[in-house]
Design a protein around this ligand. Sequence first.
Ligand code: ZN
Length: 343
Amino acid sequence: MKVVLFHQQGGPEVLKYSDFPTPEPGPGEVLVKLYAAALNRIDVLVRNGWPGLKLELPHINGADGAGNVVALGENVASFRVGDRVVINANLGCGRCANCLAGQDNMCLEWHLLGETVRGTYAEYIVLPERQLFLLPEGFDYHAAAAAGLVFHTAWHSLIRKGKLRAGETLLVVGASGGVNTAYIQIAKFAGARVIVIGSDEKKLSLAESLGADILINRTKEEDWSKSVFLATNRQGVDVVADNVGTTYPLSFRAARKGGRILTVGNTGGPKFEIDNRYIFAKHLSIIGTTMGTLKDFTEAMELVIEGKLRAVIDRIYPLPDANAAQERLAHNEQLGKIVLSIS
Ligand SMILES: [Zn+2]
């Protein structure tokens, strides 16, 4: 099969369009012919590498994908050859105490597809059947692949752990990334009011088109926490979704007393200062999560299939151009998800 792989970590030039052995499904596993893969920031981080990251080389990037079931291992119960499927990238073992309690994103042997396990920048992939979700006839593979990880992650963070309710106000720090566009849509679906902080008018108008109620341009308002305060009758917001990290001082100020701060990442880098006085004096809760449970994936994907949530697609590249696609992501030029088309 054709894949995009790398033999050593580094810049976009290490990605090679190459031949690789097609995997075969074992018991309980399914072979999927992929037609679409979507990019996530983790792809670029893994390709660059970080201290302590151990990969079996060559490695194949990619957490998100959608395609067609072409072969079944023994004892596969839920799928037939020809089924259209989207992939759940959260790899739980299915056996540990956390998996058995339905918290498979806290699995004791947890892996993310494409991070420590070879991923979806490939014509074929083998996965346990529990990682697949059935798509209806005619549902676009690119739309499905683009929705998987971001809606799964945002649904778990905002609804399951953040417990966002109708009538509450959510502040999203960042306007155009995949998870942020998912947060905005899920919050509107849940009946919340949404304030978005963005860095330019294009990104903010995307947020507005997804239903955001109040838009704040951070290049014009450096201390945007004041504007948030004024927009909430000087109360602050109920929930902040902050996946930048370096913006925590402003996010803490923008939260109401008893507010919840949600985080699923740190695009501003992993280390930054926080002022602890805000956390106790304002009774703030900081809720970190990664990915979501099987139940979250089902709930989020059902809404995607019903058309109530939809991934915003920025641009589609053919698989051999994965390096150009990753460069666009690395430079934050995208509005929504970047997708790879696989023939
Ligand atoms: Zn487990």
